[in-house]
Design a binder for this molecule. Structure first.
Ligand SMILES: Cc1ncc(COP(=O)(O)O)c(C=O)c1O
Length: 339
């Protein structure tokens, strides 16, 4: 097994495990080629994805369990969301069962590269429209390439669990309304300019997109408010990504006895929440990440005492305990993978 760099000393997503599962569809249905060594892709320069953006992806994790085995977290839910993204982009998609098996096969081949907790093996299923046709701006790609890339990871936010600073963006949405719940690269590149400006001008970690004061999500995670009694997050609609961690967090919080509120959330309400409440972000990469400060119209609003709050850390602990088998998996979120 080749030695890979320590994922905690390299940026998230820059180390790649040596095996990839690949399937192609050249117009006659998908052909699964199995697991092969990681290698560069050969694509026709006229590939649809390169010109018309017909590409989407997923992000999920395999966790090393306390007993040394490895398990994938919420596999079926991620594959279902992937299928939905593919449908919006009008890309052919295999039977979900095939994609689940491809993911299991990739993790099985890269089992030895799954770091100990709090590290994990980040799994990046990727789908590209590869039909060579630069006249197909208004036609779908009939050909597609699907591959499952694995990356051993440490912390998403450099510095581990620390209070984040969010710049609240009220003028721009993260993406277009009909693409909010699609996990497509175009969404991220749309958020890039505002995110870079927020970093450069305000030393912010992330942008909280709240067009017209309507709180949605950040560039890569969902938004929550919590205190000793309640947990509040934006109700689902097409404007933002339906996070699977979001759903896990709501389930866990409900079981811990918090009253769960999914509803519209205004910037005014968030500001009023800050002195006494807690705020955090959730995502596969972000896990549960405490927020210490919001920057609103150039003004800094501290969240509580600016440090990670105890309710946030409690929810985070239960989630991460379930992920590594330290707490009962009562919802069957884990799928064990062997080598
Ligand atoms: C824009 C955006 N929102 C929310 C999330 C959280 O989704 P999940 O919890 O399924 O990872 C992600 C990350 O994957 C994301 O990229």
């Amino acid at each position: 097994m080749p030695e890979l760099p320590d994922p905690f000393s390299e940026p998230f997503g820059t180390i790649f495990a040596p095996s990839v599962a690949t399937a192609t569809n050249m117009g006659q249905g998908y052909d699964y080629q199995g697991v092969t060594p990681l290698a560069e892709l050969r694509l026709h320069p006229g590939a649809h994805a390169l010109h018309y953006g017909s590409t989407c992806f997923e992000g999920l994790k395999a966790h090393r369990q306390q007993d040394g085995s490895v398990a994938i977290f919420r596999l079926a839910d991620h594959v279902a969301r992937f299928a939905q993204s593919a449908e919006t982009l009008r890309l052919p998609f295999p039977e979900e069962e095939v994609v689940r098996q491809m993911i299991i096969d990739s993790v099985s081949a890269n089992l030895g590269h799954t770091p100990q907790s709090p590290g994990s093996l980040y799994i990046r299923p990727t789908l590209l429209g590869i039909e060579a046709n630069i006249g197909a701006a208004a036609a779908p790609s009939k050909h597609a390439l699907l591959y499952i890339l694995n990356s051993p990871v440490g912390d998403y936010f450099a510095g581990g669990v620390r209070p984040l600073t969010l710049l609240v963006q009220t003028e721009l949405p993260r993406t277009t309304p009909q693409f909010g719940k699609v996990k497509s690269g175009a969404n991220y590149v749309m958020a890039l300019g505002p995110t870079l400006e927020a970093k450069a001008d305000h030393a912010a970690d992330q942008v909280l997109f709240a067009p017209g004061g309507d709180i949605t999500e950040t560039g890569a995670a969902n938004f929550f408010m919590i205190d000793d009694q309640r947990i509040i997050t934006r109700n689902l609609d097409d404007s933002f990504l339906h996070g699977i961690t979001r759903e896990s967090v709501l389930t866990i919080a409900g079981e811990l006895g918090y009253a769960v509120e999914e509803r519209e959330l205004s910037l005014e309400e968030v500001k009023a929440w800050c002195p006494d409440g807690e705020i955090f972000l959730s995502g596969t990469a972000a896990v549960v990440a405490p927020v210490g400060k919001l920057i609103v119209d150039g003004e800094t609003v501290r969240v509580g005492d600016g440090q990670p709050g105890e309710n946030t850390l409690r929810v985070r602990q239960v989630l991460t305990d379930i992920q590594v088998g330290a707490e009962a998996d009562s919802h069957s979120w884990l799928l064990s993978v062997s080598g």
